[in-house]
Design a protein around this ligand. Structure first.
Ligand code: NAD
Ligand code: 0WE
Length: 263
């Protein structure tokens, strides 16, 4: 029997077929899951409906995660369609562009900090709260996406590093809080991947090749690989795993020094 057969899973954070959420949706779908999708706004709706329909999904709901009303509305609408939720995937991150271009000390602002933390970290807590009732019914789990910039510095990631550190702490606090209901909470720390969010980042291609050269696997990871790790975390194979940050980064995070540079 497929690993996620008859599992009801909500995907938050799909923008297009290059999104990490798309890799997750495809993997989960291939293991038998029923998927529902949210989209940030009307502009992205068409993409999301097209992508999800191709996977046999029928539930598409608008959700800007900065708005508690929209988050609650999603769960309310979903509870009329599904008797419970087995997993919520949160693949959302945002900071104002100006925060991600230049030296941290120079470009950081109070407003940028607020927005980055609200959209990239608090929204995960808000989604957990709103989804709790439906997750309880199925002893479901939550999965979010993070990046190594939470633990180590790199140029330009700036306030997103702080927000991801907060997101990772929220994984642990939510896991401790929701564990009594047998709800698990985990994150995947993905290596860099060329997605829509990444396409707004200066020199991203250079970062990808820098990264590939320095990983134990000598390459970058794909959204399919991140998707398969998410399938594992959502499945009963991970029934003993909660509060964990699972690195899907071709091993980059474990190295302090790579092989000799090729000249
Ligand atoms: P993406 O652009 O495909 O996805 C980001 C999503 O966030 C989009 O669907 C966008 O609509 C959504 N979003 C932004 N603000 C929102 C709001 N206010 N309300 C609702 N949705 C909102 O890019 P991605 O790389 O797939 O990003 C998904 C997650 O993966 C993010 O948390 C990102 O930080 C994380 N991540 C990305 C990489 C990478 O290199 N691409 C690496 C590690 C982690
Ligand atoms: O988490 C991310 C993406 C973060 C992101 C990207 C953007 C670009 C466009 C958040 N907000 C915005 N806002 C925009 O206006 N990643 C892990 C990918 C990423 O982004 C970087 C990276 C990496 C890696 C930004 C700077 C440096 C490295």
């Amino acid at each position: 029997m497929p690993l996620l057969k008859d599992k009801n899973i909500l995907i938050i954070g799909l923008a297009n077929k290059h999104s990490i959420a798309a890799g997750i949706a495809e993997s989960m779908n291939s293991y038998g899951a029923n998927l529902a999708f949210t989209y940030q706004n009307e502009r992205l709706k068409k993409n999301v409906v097209q992508f999800g329909s191709d996977l046999g999904s029928e539930i598409f709901l608008e959700c800007d995660v900065s708005d508690d009303k929209q988050i609650n509305n999603v769960m309310k609408t979903l509870s009329a369609e599904w008797d419970g939720l087995d997993c919520i995937v949160h693949a959302v991150g945002f900071a104002p562009r100006e925060e991600l271009d230049g030296d941290f000390l120079d470009v950081s602002s109070r407003d940028g900090f607020k927005i980055a933390h609200d959209i990239s970290a608090y929204s995960f807590v808000a989604v957990a709260q709103a989804g709790m009732e439906m997750l309880k019914k199925r002893q479901g789990s939550l999965i979010t996406l993070t990046y190594l910039g939470s633990q180590k510095t790199l140029p330009n990631y700036n306030v997103m590093g702080l927000a991801k550190a907060s997101l990772e702490a929220s994984v642990r606090y939510l896991a401790a809080s929701m564990g009594s209901e047998n709800i698990r909470v985990n994150a995947i720390s993905a290596g860099p991947i060329k997605t829509l969010a990444a396409s707004g980042v200066k020199n991203f291609r250079k970062m990808l090749s820098y990264n590939a050269k320095r990983t134990p696997l000598q390459r970058n990871v794909t959204i399919q690989e991140v998707g398969d790790a998410a399938t594992f975390l959502a499945s009963k194979l991970a029934s003993g795993v909660t509060g964990e940050i699972l690195y899907v980064d071709a091993g980059f995070n474990i190295t302090a020094m790579g092989l000799e540079e090729e000249s």
